[in-house]
Design a protein around this ligand. Structure first.
Ligand SMILES: [Zn+2]
Length: 541
């Protein structure tokens, strides 16, 4: 035996033997599980013994939706997430523009990310072109909201992008105008990322470095696997080949600490067909990278009122949300993926987007029945109970982010009214109906730390000392499944990952306390002591 983990409280997430104290591992695979006495019989001279000292071990966490490449890329940019006021934001942008001028970086942009004006103490309004001009002058400047669905720009940036010529009522861009008819600076949805057409595509070597660093960061948080949406994120339309080549190098040369199930973001029919031809579903590089699903976008975000609702926004009746693809286009994209045996994972925040996507999935199934395909909806936030029922009927997976409670508990009721709010973020209903619900962070929207995510899944803490529709919470047992076996299921990997089961990969996490025994309010104090992937210790505190 290569390794024996013993003297632990080991929760296996396998009903055949729920709690054991020891596990034997050989060649990265779980060979036996049981008591210390039974397992230590397999010890040979070469066996490494790992004394868990009574600590709690369980299957390593799997995050079912995040953006690993974007997470790294954003660290290279100015993080506005900590700014408490609009004034702070403008001061930070001014300092960055001064740095760029001082260092003489011709053509460099001020790129600020991760702000959320809802949290500002002074004026809760995104700065306009004119306000950004005052702070940054002739250095091009773009600031992207934390949701990624809207960005504001200064005049220089709009000039470079060719947007200053746009006219109200004539433009095909999704943008705002000032009263004098000139661009206001703010662009939405696909157009919010327009400035990315002017950045250089990172090289394969750079991406390998990012992947190495980010997978190691994930391991520190107890993650053994992530579903990550990385294509067309940094330089849309130009970066797919470099990202795929980098994953191949990183996975095949042992530079990935954890496994990545790629949610391949391709949003044009021709490009999607070509991608699928080159990388069919299940294309694997070593054991730590696989093309798992096609990622599409359904709508925007709740905070920006660009999520598509079946009804209207209670606090903004003029807003309707923004469908990223008209129905025919969504039907076509999903049909292409579906008929090639690729499941889709589609971003839907509003019930209107959920409706569009469920219709498209049902149509694809009608045209070309594939009962075993695992299509899914990412986020599943504003939803009617009728739609949860429909997901169950069609075996559509839910990729949910319980940690979103932290930001959303305060805005959902205002946006959609209590009647719909209480049917929304309803993980309890999903689990009860047997919808496969896996948990994720949408990092960099929220940190990819499973511990706060589990905390919100169980408590639905409303940040005001109460609980937000506590009847929609799940139990700790269910939350653990959401971040282990259900993440594996979403990756078609439940036979090889997601529980501590004989014959599966030895993917473990050792925690400072037993999640199943503590008071829920103590969950946030849990520390990661060790992360093991395929029998290899990839992190140790
Ligand atoms: Zn996302």
């Amino acid at each position: 035996m290569d390794k024996i983990f013993y003297n632990g409280v080991i929760k296996t997430v396998d009903d055949a033997y729920p709690i054991v104290s020891a596990v034997c591992v050989k060649n990265g695979i779980v060979m036996h599980v049981g008591s210390d006495e039974e397992m230590l019989k397999y010890k040979t001279e070469k066996t490494e013994l790992i004394d868990l000292k009574g600590k709690f071990m369980m299957p390593g966490f799997i995050d079912s939706h995040m953006h690993m490449i974007l997470t790294y890329y954003q660290k290279l940019q100015l993080d506005l997430g900590g700014c408490k006021t609009k004034k702070d934001v403008l001061a930070a942008l001014k300092a960055e523009a001064e740095r760029i001028r001082r260092e003489g970086h011709e053509g460099e942009w001020v790129k600020g990310v991760n702000f959320n004006q809802d949290y500002w103490a002074d004026e809760k309004k995104i700065p306009t072109r004119l306000e950004l001009d005052e702070a940054t002058g002739d250095v091009p400047c773009m600031i992207l909201r934390c949701c990624g669905h809207t960005a504001s720009h200064n005049t220089k940036a709009l000039d470079i992008m060719g947007v200053m010529k746009e006219k109200e009522g004539e433009t095909s861009l999704n943008m705002l105008f000032l009263e004098d008819g000139t661009p206001q600076g703010q662009l939405f949805e696909g157009d919010a990322e327009m400035s990315s057409q002017f950045v250089a595509v990172p090289s394969v070597e750079e991406y390998v470095e990012w992947i190495k660093e980010e997978t190691a960061n994930c391991a520190k948080l107890g993650l053994v696997g992530i579903h990550s949406d990385d294509l067309n994120m940094v330089a849309p339309g130009r970066d797919v080949e470099n990202v795929m080549a980098a994953f191949k190098v990183a996975a095949e040369t042992g530079q990935m600490s954890i496994k990545v199930y790629e949610q391949c973001r391709i949003e044009e029919a021709d490009k999607l067909k070509a991608f699928i031809e080159k990388y069919p579903r299940g294309t694997a590089f070593g054991t730590r990278f696989v093309t798992n699903a096609i990622k599409e976008m359904g709508d925007g975000s709740l905070g920006a009122h660009s999520a598509v609702l079946r009804g209207s926004y209670a606090n903004d009746p003029a807003a309707k949300g923004v469908k990223v693809h008209p129905d025919e286009e969504m039907n076509e994209l999903i049909q292409i993926a579906h008929s090639a045996g690729y499941p889709v994972a589609v971003h839907c925040i509003g019930d209107g987007a959920v409706e569009q996507v469920l219709n498209a999935m049902e149509l694809a199934q009608y045209n070309d029945p594939k009962p075993d395909i695992r299509h899914g909806i990412v986020h599943c936030q504003i939803m009617g109970t009728d739609q949860v029922v429909r997901m169950q009927k069609n075996n559509v997976l839910a990729y949910v982010q319980p940690v979103f409670c932290r930001a959303d508990a305060g805005i959902v009721d205002d946006c959609v009214g209590p009647e719909l709010a209480k049917q929304s973020y309803d993980w309890r209903r999903m689990v009860d109906l047997g919808v496969h619900a896996s948990g994720g962070s949408d990092c960099p929207v929220e940190p990819c730390d499973p511990i706060p995510n589990i905390y919100y899944a169980v408590t639905r803490d409303d940040s005001k000392g109460g609980s937000w529709y506590p009847e929609n919470a799940v139990t700790m047992e269910e939350a653990i499944r959401m971040f282990t076996i259900e993440g594996a299921y979403a990756g078609y990997a439940e036979a090889t990952r997601g529980s501590i089961t004989v014959g599966k990969y030895a993917d473990f996490v050792v925690l400072s306390q037993d999640l199943t025994k503590i008071d829920p309010k103590d969950i946030l104090n849990t520390k990661i002591l060790m992360t093991v992937v395929e029998g290899e210790t990839v992190y140790e505190a």
